[in-house]
Design a protein around this ligand. Structure first.
Ligand SMILES: Nc1ncnc2c1ncn2[C@@H]1O[C@H](COP(=O)(O)OP(=O)(O)OP(=O)(O)O)[C@@H](O)[C@H]1O
Length: 232
């Protein structure tokens, strides 16, 4: 049964997540819930497990223990093929840098997820152009990522993450490499578009100013969520 229309049920939940990288226990029983349309900041010190949590929730890595439930489905138990299909249709991701394909122009980078979903190139490029315009990237459609500023490249990356109409966008330090003006432009574009389209956003950041753009904040410490009364 779908939870998308019921705001009392989380759209995505990680429960008691445990994940080790070799001997390092990155997550030690972390639990977090994301509701449909909500913008949630995951904060915490360097090494507290924020990126690992995002990777588990986005189905990029499987937890060693615990559960990831998305729209009533146990993501951590899905076969790889169904998991990648679900990631393609329902999730978008933005990382700090490096996620655009350097050989493709800005517009082709944004068109790519649409083409992977079966759209023809001309139609995909047209829609991609509209999304670039929405994110204020005008006149740079035919430039390659290396020819864009950091802020422009991140706005292209956001357009690419949102162009397919995902239910959840996972953003891992999306403004970590930007100055404060570019940070403000990128976050304003993200928050505005997410609110308009009802997309939920999980925003990983160590920066309190970035977290202020969210509706709610969950703080991680040593691989577990700190209770709200302690975090306050
Ligand atoms: N691929 C990996 N191999 C080995 N150890 C890893 C790997 N990824 C993360 N870790 C370790 O797991 C712990 C949690 O890392 P994670 O990147 O999730 O934290 P974070 O809060 O996102 O940190 P930061 O803010 O510095 O990016 C850290 O001790 C890190 O060194």
């Amino acid at each position: 049964m779908s939870n998308r229309g019921d705001s009392s049920v989380p759209l995505l939940a990680g429960r008691d997540l445990v994940k080790a990288h070799g001997r390092t226990e990155a997550l030690r029983g972390a639990s977090v819930e994301l509701r449909a349309g909500e913008i949630l900041a995951v904060t915490g010190a360097s090494g507290s497990g924020k990126s690992t949590l995002l990777h588990c929730l986005a189905g990029i890595v499987r937890p060693d223990d615990g559960a990831v439930v998305y729209d009533g489905v146990r993501l951590d138990r899905l076969p790889e093929k169904r998991l990648s299909e679900l990631r393609r249709t329902d999730f978008g991701v933005v990382f700090q840098f490096g996620q655009l394909i350097p050989e493709l122009t800005a517009v082709d980078n944004v068109a790519l997820p649409l083409m992977l979903g079966g759209a023809d190139r001309a139609g995909a490029r047209e829609r991609a152009g509209e999304w670039l315009e929405r994110f204020g990237v005008r006149g740079q459609e035919e430039l390659r990522p290396g020819e864009l500023s950091g802020g422009q490249a991140q706005r292209v990356a956001l357009a690419r993450a949102l162009v397919t109409g995902p239910k959840v966008v996972f953003a891992d330090e999306p403004t970590g490499a930007l100055d404060s003006l570019a940070t403000e432009q990128v976050l304003t574009a993200l928050v505005h578009t997410a609110r308009e389209s009802g997309t939920a956003v999980l925003l990983v950041t160590h920066d309190a100013q970035v977290a202020a753009y969210a509706n709610r904040e969950v703080r991680l410490s040593d691989g577990a969520a700190v209770p709200a009364e302690v975090a306050a």
